[in-house]
Design a protein around this ligand. Structure first.
Ligand code: SF4
Length: 328
């Protein structure tokens, strides 16, 4: 039996667009081990955020429909829980932080009060005790002068501070799994590194598992244990981080890695390589491999037959012509 904390199997989800059901997730499977970090990487529209929102059942009020599949958390299928059961797990055992904290924080309440509310939603503390706990959490996420800052409104804090507040809210109930959806995208490089350091520290200290969703493979390189690369609603490659960075099998993963800037490239290359073309419209996916129109290795079979999952070393991938050479 798998020792995964979360095991998502063959998740298929569609949205209704102009009266037609359009597949957004086309058989997504992944596991998150206890105390491990899974990075989910892909361009906008690949399905990475939809996967996490589906697991958290936060797509209510949209036209999304889970067609099939399961999301086992500690052996319980999240898709089969009542809304009440799900509410107690969401924000409790499962925490989430988003890209833009300003839109997640309520602008008219002091940040301390917002953390207090999150604490009291899941723990039986009187307000005074919850406020002390909120101040402790603010201190833990690296906010200087936390007693004073607890009285601040969100607009009085910098972007990095607001993201730290969001992390404090996500930690309020002591989650076992934290889903971080592009938590550093809106931040500059120095603050981005500080937030990733904080997540790494918290993982070690609290034994949490983390799903880190990002469009940037560079962000997961230092923190993830495993990485799933998504394209057009499927995971096209899934591997331990070192293996993925050194020997990416899928041409899309290779393209993502080649387009990462490095200091040496900045000095020697006038332009960074890019992946030609754009992510396909899910309403009119090509037959065969969805990456074929952009792939330098595509052959006739790629345009006719969607590749099944294959394995090599510790990696799983979907490609008729996987690359086995190490990345230079
Ligand atoms: Fe490229 Fe073919 Fe592999 Fe798709 S299956 S990624 S088109 S080589």
């Amino acid at each position: 039996m798998s020792d995964a904390l979360l095991k998502v199997s063959d998740l298929r989800l569609s949205f209704s667009i102009e009266g037609t059901r359009t597949p957004a997730l086309r058989g997504v499977s992944f596991e998150v081990g206890r105390g491990k970090v899974l990075g989910i990487v892909g361009e906008s529209g690949s399905g990475k955020s939809v996967s996490s929102l589906a697991v958290m059942r936060l797509l209510h009020g949209t036209t999304a429909k889970v067609e099939s599949g399961s999301a086992l958390y500690e052996g319980r299928d999240l898709f089969k829980l009542s809304e009440r059961e799900m509410r107690s797990i969401r924000g409790g055992e499962l925490g989430m932080i988003f890209q833009e904290p300003m839109s997640s924080l309520n602008p008219v309440f002091r940040v301390g009060d917002q953390i207090v509310e999150a604490i009291r939603a899941h723990r039986k503390l009187v307000r005074k005790e919850a406020l002390e706990e909120a101040i402790r959490l603010l201190e833990r996420v690296g906010i200087p002068d936390p007693r004073e800052r607890a009285r601040a409104f969100p607009h009085e804090l910098s972007g990095g501070m607001r993201q730290r507040v969001m992390i404090a809210i996500a930690l309020a109930a002591g989650p076992r799994l934290l889903i971080a959806d592009e938590p550093t995208t809106a931040l500059d490089m120095t603050i981005q590194a500080q937030i990733l350091d904080l997540l790494r520290e918290l993982k070690g200290e609290l034994g949490m598992s983390i799903i880190l969703i990002t469009h940037d493979l560079g962000v997961v390189a230092d923190i993830a244990d495993e990485v799933a690369v998504m394209y057009a609603g499927k995971i096209v490659e899934h591997a331990p981080i070192r293996e993925l960075l050194e020997r990416p099998r899928h041409p899309y993963t290779r393209g993502l890695l080649a387009s990462l800037p490095s200091f040496r490239d900045n000095l020697t290359k006038p332009r960074l390589p890019t992946i030609p073309g754009v992510v396909p419209d899910l309403r009119s996916l090509p037959t065969g491999c969805a990456f074929a129109p952009r792939c330098a290795y595509a052959q006739d079979v790629c345009r006719d037959v969607d590749p099944e999952e294959s394995r090599s070393g510790g990696a799983r991938f979907r490609c008729h012509f996987p690359q086995e050479s190490e990345l230079q």
